[in-house]
Ligand binder design. Sequence first.
Ligand SMILES: [Zn+2]
Length: 347
Amino acid sequence: MKDIKEISIREGIIKRAFDYEDSDADLIITYKYFEEKFKDLYQSYADIFCLDNCVFYISEDYYRCNAFAGKIEDYNIIGITNGYPILMKNKFDDKYFSNIICIGFINEQSISDAYVDLYEDQNFKFDEFMLNCSIQYTFSHEFQHILQFNSFKISKNFLYSENLDKNGFSLKKHAREFDADRMASFEVLKYTFSVYSSLNDKNNEKFKCMLYIALASIVITKNLFYFGLTNPIDSECTIDKQDFYIKQYSHPHPLVRIYSMLEYFYVNIKNDFPELNIDPQEILNNVVGISKIYFDNIIPNQNIMQNFFESSKKFINEINCYNQELYNVAIKDKYIKALLKKRGIKF
Ligand SMILES: [Zn+2]
């Protein structure tokens, strides 16, 4: 892993690297936590995929929570803005998960008991697990872009930002975002299994609960963007909901993305863990339930998940059709196809 300060890149393409050493002590802890998480993940994935010249850095952009990936002069660059750790640290604070155990009420006894067991397990922390799932999702999404760039063998310098660019629509680009989201949701599933494997007491119900929490973490992360709750310095949580669209802008609409990840997560659990007999309705009830508890804590009286459901109901046919179209475009894209084969993924 190379440090951004050690390499010389022409200025203009990358934003100024952020040096957090002069920040307040608690901010330094937060920045260090995120930097180490991202660097460790990047190092281990770079080893698995035999990638050299990997660079991770935090860029200076206080007002935006954003992640990006790029290929610049042979360097594989992944970064986050300095607004990202602040926002995520605040939004995944344990105070928002204090009553998460209420999710047990909508479940049968064995699942409800498993949530209690997890809650009481000294080695398992809900807020930390959710934050780590969110980081795993963001990292894996960016890493898939890095693999895509290396697969195209692009010659020019390239930086993909996850900020919504209102002029940047291309069906191919949407298909690549679709691919990056699905791989990221798959990596969150793998991460969940690795955390589950490290628990002392294991049973299928506990694993199911962890899968619901992990998926809820992705859904919460995407909903923070959908409802415009991503300004790191807005403590009021002003809602700025993204209007629905299909073939526009640089990224698919958050609702389109949420439903493609829900579906892919479910398909992979069904294939890889058939013994769980996972029920899609139970997944949805739990994921929505956990997200509702979370958003009711973060913005009381706004009924974010009700709003999410109403929009989902209104646009579900368009969402499903468009995801099918993106799937068809993705599997016809020779670069994406090559990557899926390389990962041994059936499609
Ligand atoms: Zn992306």
